[in-house]
Design a protein around this ligand. Structure first.
Ligand code: CU
Length: 185
């Protein structure tokens, strides 16, 4: 192809056409790849396992559950909510810091995302499953069942072992930390 200066509009148009042809040529390949993926329907619940799950012992009020979530699937999955018989309300929380550097926790916008073939650690001081308004004491050595609800409608239930744990008494700011200084979210 002969050299054309950048100002040559005909040359630019030719390049644009070549690009369209290139995209059209790859489109059938993409269609094949997509339909192959749809032939293996796995729910998020099928792909996710939890290990080392535990919950913090508490006399009442609030507590939390933790563990290692593992996604064996090829697509990222999202936990959008959780429930448990141990408390009236269960929330998906993250811990962040305010303008003064003080840690606090709040509902995690968008839920918990577990990357494809990846892991998500729920830890004290990090993302965790929050029990609010415990229906009774969570005693060490007992079990707390927790159900995770995924964005595709599937669910999985695991049992967290209740343990003594004294650390991480984060401030709870259900409004997302909108006290001054405001964060704008
Ligand atoms: Cu929390």
């Amino acid at each position: 192809m002969p050299f054309r200066p950048p100002a040559d509009r005909k040359g630019a148009a030719t390049n644009r056409i070549r690009r369209v042809i290139a995209v059209a040529a790859t489109a059938p390949l993409l269609a094949v790849a997509c339909s192959a993926e749809e032939e293996t329907p796995t729910t998020a619940a099928d792909s996710v396992t939890i290990t080392d799950q535990w919950a913090k012992a508490a006399d009442g009020g609030m507590s939390a559950a933790f563990g290692e979530l593992n996604n064996s699937g090829d697509r990222e999955v999202t936990v959008i909510s959780a429930s448990s018989p141990v408390s009236a309300t269960v929330e998906l929380h993250e811990v962040t810091t305010d303008g003064g550097g003080a840690p606090f926790m709040r509902p995690k916008a968008g839920g918990f995302v577990i990357p494809a073939r990846g892991e998500l650690s729920l830890t004290p001081g990090g993302e965790h499953i929050m029990f609010i308004d415990l229906r009774g004491a969570l005693r060490t050595g007992t079990d707390a069942p927790v159900t995770l609800n995924f964005s595709d409608g599937s669910t999985t239930t695991f049992t967290a072992q209740v343990r003594d744990f004294a650390g991480n008494q984060e401030d709870y700011r259900p409004d997302g930390g909108a006290q001054p200084p405001a964060h704008g979210d």
